[in-house]
Design a protein around this ligand. Structure first.
Ligand SMILES: [Zn+2]
Length: 147
């Protein structure tokens, strides 16, 4: 996948704005094995620009699962829904944490949780481990989890 150049300043803005969290699953960068990456919310393939308002910080897992997708089909309705957009959506409007599970509350939440594979066994185990250490959710993540 070809990627546009992201300047040091723009990358810094994205990282600081995200408080070093993956803006999708809210894991802190320091708690990830592979770190976080700058994500095009609307992928370049779909015309998304390399501008602050179209960029998010995402863990490697979320970013890899999201790929160039912009949404998916909601199982129960067969309708298309876009993914959660950290620039215009509030996390707590679309998801809630139940134990280590990220539960979707809306169609936007459902397609995002499904395609980004929030609750696969490996990630649940990782979150459970972080919870035992008191690292998930971290204080910054907890703020985003509260409406
Ligand atoms: Zn993530």
């Amino acid at each position: 996948m070809s990627r546009s150049y992201i300047s040091v300043e723009l990358r810094r803005l994205v990282v600081n704005r995200a408080q070093q969290l993956c803006e999708y699953c809210l894991i802190h960068e320091n708690d990830t094995f592979y770190g976080c990456q700058v994500d095009h919310i609307i992928s370049e393939k779909h015309g998304g620009l390399t501008l602050a308002e179209n960029l998010a910080y995402a863990c490697t897992f979320c970013n890899r699962c999201k790929g160039s997708d912009v949404g998916s089909i909601v199982l129960h309705s067969g309708e298309f829904s876009r993914f959660f957009n950290p620039r215009i959506d509030q996390w707590a409007d679309h998801f809630m944490l139940d134990g280590a599970m990220i539960v979707a509350l809306t169609d936007i939440g459902r397609v995002t949780a499904k395609i980004l594979d929030f609750n696969n066994a490996e990630r649940l185990l990782e979150r459970q481990t972080l919870q035992k250490m008191g690292n998930y959710p971290c204080a910054a993540a907890l703020k985003r989890m509260i409406v």
